[in-house]
Each structure stands twice: as structure tokens, then as C-alpha cells.
Ligand binder design. Sequence first.
Ligand SMILES: [Zn+2]
Length: 128
Amino acid sequence: MDINKMCALCEAHDESADHLFFRCSETKKVWDDIRGWLSLWRNISTIRSAIKWTTRHRTSSAILKKARRIAIMATVYGIWKARNAHIFDGTKFDVARTTLLIKSSTYTILYSLYPDDQVIQHLPDTRT
Ligand SMILES: [Zn+2]
């Protein structure tokens, strides 16, 4: 069986976990949006470094810190789901849709942990 090792999203590089999640030109657009949303300005190259950084960022509120950790995990999961939908269901990879789903699941988890008004107070509003 011939297995195509090319990244299905950018079609320019071999697909590895590091490429797909952190270096791909397509998934980088998703990260840029999420990082801008939660002011995660440091470049994220591994999950470990991202989580380490969020725990060190002590000036932020507990809710924002939690939001960043949830969003990082939701982004990795969202990219994986979108990549699989692209390959197996023929659903074209869409940065805006993927980003929206990531933000939506981050809000869903936060609303289950904290009262609504606290979440709204500490997170930038994306409903424009
Ligand atoms: Zn790629």
C-alpha cells in the first residue's frame, strides 16, 4: 500500500506531528488567531512549552490562564479533527471555521467551570 506522507493541508511538506500542529502554514493561521484572542504572544512550538509558559504568566487572572490552557488543547484537537475531516470526508480545511469551533469549545468548558459573568469579564468578546 502506498501511503501519502505529504501534509494534506499545505501539500508542501511531509506530515509529522510537529509539522501538522506547529509548523504548517495552514494550521499556523489557526494558532495566530487563537494566540491573538488570548494574548499568547510567545511562539508556540511544542505543547509542553506552551503549557509551561501559561503557568508562568502570573499576572493574568485565573480564568484567563485556564482559558489559555483549554484553548491550547482545543486547538490541537481542533486541528486534528479538521485534518481528518479533510482527508477522510473531503471537507476542505477552513481556518475560520476551525478557529470558531476551537473558541466555542473553549467557552463551553469555561462556562461549565465558572459563572457566566466571570467568563465574560475575563475573556475578550469574540461575538462581533
Ligand atoms: Zn502542512
